[in-house]
Design a protein around this ligand. Structure first.
Ligand code: TXA
Ligand code: MG
Length: 311
């Protein structure tokens, strides 16, 4: 676990233009000073991420929001008050201070206040907002432990802060605010759509589109293991792994089984999803067969990730 000394060292690295992986409640992030273009460029290189895919900027307090966003819609403020710190990213009109490389040249910036003591202390000690995508190579499964980051990015980052396993385990829910009409969910995530609607009323949800992604994270194939993953169906191939959402381990046929929540809890299932996908991926199976979750609460985000992994 990261100590106060580790956090101070990481903050110093960020101030000097370094790149630091850090825990949040959703997944681990790969952070750089949001106002340091050279440092951000390194984040894109390390991830092998296309420059058209904008980054989320992480803040530790509402003062930092002012340096990033302007003309914040009332509904967005309401959501921030209710759910920050938490797994919610708001797409807002950006100030001129935000470098183009962060927003991929766009006029909006994604902002979120993570609900994790190490992340909040790191950002506060850095003194600047921290731009951070998930700490995985582009298209791969997001890391929910420091060991996942080490396996995937290892020596390419200046430092990895260990905060243990992520509590939520799925990336944040991304919401934009069109000038006309309802708020729109661009990526289902760790905050359930139902919870958002309870505060601001009905929202729109973006349909998948690979040809014209609204949010580049909406690219269809994403979050993917190397092993072929299929949704449902009959087990084909010699060594089949089963990714089950709820219930008991079935007898026979499968070379390996992962059950995300034996007791049927969607939050627990979400928290275990990515680590379970990685464990199955490490077994060199012919195929991973996945079940879908009920399409409600965090089940939507679980199913979104499974469907993209299956593309
Ligand atoms: O939970 C999370 O959101 C994690 C942790 C580290 O905070 N971060 C994360 O970042 O998942 P990333 O880069 O893997 O995903 C960010 C998503 C992408 O789908 C990106 O396209 C979208 O947010 N995004 C960022 N800025 C945007 C903007 N200005 N407009 C539309 N979409 C944006
Ligand atoms: Mg990502």
């Amino acid at each position: 676990m990261a100590t106060a000394k580790d956090i101070a060292k990481a903050a110093k690295l960020l101030k000097e233009g370094g790149v630091v992986a850090f825990p949040t409640e959703t997944v681990y992030g790969l952070g750089a000073d949001a106002f340091n273009e050279a440092a951000i460029a390194r984040v894109f290189e390390i991830k092998n991420r296309p420059r058209f895919d904008p980054l989320i900027v992480h803040i530790a307090d509402m003062k930092q929001l002012k340096t990033l966003a302007r003309d914040i819609p009332a509904v967005a403020r309401k959501l921030a008050r209710k759910f920050w710190p938490g797994p919610l990213t708001l797409i807002l009109p950006k100030t001129r201070a935000v470098p183009d490389i962060v927003t991929a040249g766009g006029e909006t910036v994604g902002v979120r206040m993570p609900d994790h003591p190490i992340a909040l202390r790191l950002i506060a000690a850095c003194g600047q907002p921290v731009a951070a995508p998930s700490a995985n190579p582009f298209g791969a499964t997001s890391p929910t432990t420091a060991a996942h980051v080490r396996e995937q990015l290892g020596k390419r980052v200046d430092m990895i802060l260990d905060g243990g396993p992520c509590r939520v385990g799925l990336e944040s829910t991304v919401v934009e605010f069109p000038a006309r009409g309802k708020p729109r969910v661009l990526r289902p995530g760790g905050l359930a759509v139902e919870d958002i609607e309870a505060v601001v009323g009905p929202v729109a949800i973006s349909a998948h589109s690979s040809s014209k992604p609204k949010s580049p994270g909406m690219l269809e194939r994403h979050y993917a293991p190397r092993t072929r993953l299929v949704i449902g169906g009959k087990p084909g191939g010699k060594r089949v792994g089963l990714l089950k959402i709820f219930g008991l381990v079935p007898k026979g046929t499968f070379a390996a089984v992962e059950v995300l929540s034996a007791k049927g809890d969607l939050r627990e299932a979400a928290a275990h999803l990515f680590a379970a996908m990685r464990r199955l991926d490490a077994l060199k199976l012919d195929v991973i067969m996945a079940e879908l979750a009920p399409e409600e609460g965090l089940g939507r985000a679980i199913n979104d990730r499974l469907r993209r992994a299956a593309m």
